[in-house]
Design a protein around this ligand. Structure first.
Ligand code: BES
Ligand code: MN
Ligand code: ZN
Length: 474
């Protein structure tokens, strides 16, 4: 836990921020020189004291600082405080020339990011030290600043919840448990949650979704989450919810299969977002849909070459059972945009390996039918320090999803794999609905840590969605 106190008394470790030019005038110059401290951006050193609290020096470089720099600086600072067992600190946040509220929010986020961990080791690890941070802002804006801190606290709860769901493995999280955990957690913050079991899913006519889940002993669940506010147009969120993807009869290689409990990264993000929004009592109008199932091999699995029906009525030729995500999303996005009156929809999915070939673990790949809506999503992502990049939306790519026997094929060869997958999903969006598709296969689950992003689940785009749906001014 972090207590971030506005107007707390000055106590504990003292944190100094220095730009490159500040070193020559500093009373600590000799010490800093001896330590080789050059105040490079992100450089950080600790000066211990035997009889009182230590002091910390943080470098700010000599160029402009971004919100993302602030998150990373304070992530490192929080970790240093915890490592040195300095659980109380006073900071004097410099004026970075940015919005003061967003600055303090980035500070608090960075400090908070260091609190996340996921382990199933039986040997108890050191507990993460609680921190108390005191900061005295200029008078007059304390209410707005406190509101910003509260928002970050809720947002980080949502991010951490999403990470936990995605980090948990397939023996723990399967459709039924995902539905139960979601219901319990989200209802506790006032979000309406409806769970449909397979009989109900069948009655709804979601034949494509049922086909993908057909081989699994753990049966599918459709999870619908709602926060209503009739004053604003409704947004739908749809998250890919493959709690495990073996590939089916087009079985994955063993290295590819080992992390496929993370194939519900999209679901994790939308569930985490709804939790954060609920906790904040945000006045938003959102419906979130997760079609949760496992892609398994058994006598009841769907097979290569099957031609299956969808809720929309279009037929799909299953050329590859490992391209299952788009098939579940077909029904989920059709349901979300037809059963609810939504103006716009965002789907998030760990959909293609191809997106990681194109953009690595840095950028989420996007496909959209509405530039204006996409730009809003992109702005929210930028504010959040979460990067997205749009692939071209071009009718010509749609031809690649051609099937000789059915209305559409679920695979189309190696070329433009993330675009064809996105456009496949787009076929099932209700006509006239603004749509952004986010392929998070590269960004939802990391092979190594980077800055405040841990290895494994990142909870990517909980912040983006929160900031999009519940924007704050400066
Ligand atoms: N869940 C995978 C995509 C994925 C791959 C996510 C690696 C995270 C890491 C998806 O269901 C899949 O298997 N896609 C196939 C599609 C192909 C058969 C057209 C892929 O990308 O190989
Ligand atoms: Mn797959
Ligand atoms: Zn998958």
């Amino acid at each position: 836990m972090i207590k971030f106190n506005l107007f707390g008394k000055e106590e504990g470790a003292l944190v100094h921020f220095l730009k490159k030019d500040d070193i020559s005038n500093s009373s600590y110059k000799d010490y800093l020189d001896k330590k080789g401290f050059e105040a490079k951006l992100g450089e950080i050193i600790y000066l211990p004291s035997t009889n009182s609290n230590g002091e910390i020096f943080v470098g700010l470089g000599d160029s402009e600082i971004t919100l993302e720099d602030i998150r990373n600086i304070f992530f490192d600072l929080g970790n240093l405080l915890r490592d040195e067992k300095e659980n109380i600190a006073s900071v004097n946040i410099p004026d970075f020339g940015l919005c003061q509220r967003k600055t303090i929010m980035a500070v608090y986020e960075g400090l908070s990011q260091g609190e996340y961990s996921f382990t199933k080791k039986t040997k108890k690890e050191d507990e993460i030290l609680d921190l108390k941070i005191n900061y005295t802002p200029p008078r007059g804006k304390e209410e707005k600043l406190q509101e910003g801190l509260d928002i970050i606290s809720d947002m980080m709860d949502g991010v951490f919840f999403a990470r936990d769901l995605v980090n948990e493995t397939g023996n723990v999280i399967y459709p039924e448990t995902l539905a139960n955990i979601t219901k319990e957690k989200l209802e506790s913050v006032g979000v309406k949650v409806t769970v449909y079991d397979e009989d109900k899913i069948e009655k709804l006519g979601m034949k494509a979704f049922m086909a993908v889940g057909g081989g699994a002993t753990n049966r599918p669940r459709l999870i619908v989450m709602e926060i209503e506010n009739k004053d604003v147009p409704k947004t739908a969120l749809v998250g890919k919810g493959l709690t495990y993807d073996s590939g089916g009869y087009n079985i994955k290689s063993s290295s590819g299969m080992a992390s496929m409990h993370s194939d519900m990264g999209g679901a994790g993000t939308v569930i985490g977002t709804m939790y954060a929004l609920g906790k904040s009592k945000a006045k938003v109008n959102v419906v979130a849909v997760v079609a949760a199932c496992e892609n398994m091999i058994s006598g009841t699995s769907y097979k290569c070459g099957d031609i299956i029906d969808t809720m929309k009525g279009l037929t799909i030729e299953v050329k590859n059972t490992d391209a299952e995500g788009r098939i579940t999303l077909a029904d989920a996005i059709y349901y979300a945009t037809n059963n609810f009156e939504v103006e716009r929809v965002i789907d998030l999915a760990t959909l293609t390996g191809a997106v990681t070939i194109a953009l690595g673990e840095e950028y989420t790949g996007a496909v959209t039918n509405d530039e204006e809506f996409y730009n809003k999503v992109k702005d929210a992502a930028e504010l959040s320090g979460e990067k997205i990049w749009a692939f071209p939306y071009d009718e010509d790519y749609k031809k690649l999803n051609h099937s000789d026997v059915a209305d559409i094929s679920n695979t189309s060869g190696r070329n433009a794999g993330s675009i064809t997958a996105g456009l496949f999903v787009g076929e099932f969006v209700k006509e006239g609905t603004k749509w952004v598709h986010l392929d998070i296969a590269g960004t939802a689950y990391r092979s190594k840590k980077k800055g405040y992003l841990p290895k494994r689940a990142t909870g990517i785009h909980v912040k983006t969605l929160y900031n999009l749906l519940n924007p704050i001014d400066c």
